[in-house]
Design a protein around this ligand. Structure first.
Ligand code: FE
Length: 139
């Protein structure tokens, strides 16, 4: 899938807070147990903190105990991009927003439920919109 939202590094730097820029555009990781959305249990949808694309439903969110917001699956498989990541001496699967290419977190195969997946996301990479989760892009 091609990236739809393209901005220069300077544009991203201007449009994001330094904290969000470090995670979304520099693949940083927030400190565990610090994210505003970690304990958010409200109904709604989680969107890319950079471009606003819908990424996760609150229905897929669960408490993994890892210290980062965790989801069993994305709202739409096509909305995220999975990339092999060999950085920091580990072999992981990086998760990026398919619309803008921003870094969101990693996915691990130690999750619960039918998918067995744990989408381990940075709270700083997500924007939460409260509301109905039964339809797509519900307002
Ligand atoms: Fe995005």
């Amino acid at each position: 899938m091609e990236t739809k939202v393209t901005k220069s590094d300077e544009e991203w730097r201007r449009s994001l807070t330094p904290e969000k820029y470090a995670v979304l555009r520099q693949a940083g990781t927030e400190h565990p147990f610090t994210g505003e959305l970690l304990h958010n249990k409200a109904d709604g949808t989680y969107h890319c903190g950079a471009c606003g694309a819908e990424l996760f439903s609150s229905q897929a969110k669960y408490d993994s105990g890892s210290g980062w917001p965790s989801f069993t699956e994305p709202a739409e498989a096509d909305n995220v991009q999975l990339i092999e990541d060999w950085s920091h001496g580990m072999h992981r699967t990086e998760v990026r927003c398919a619309s803008c290419g921003s870094h969101l977190g990693h996915v691990f195969d130690d999750g619960p439920g039918p998918t067995g997946q744990r989408y381990c996301m940075n709270s700083l990479a997500l924007d939460f919109q409260a509301g109905d989760t039964s339809g797509t892009e519900a307002r």
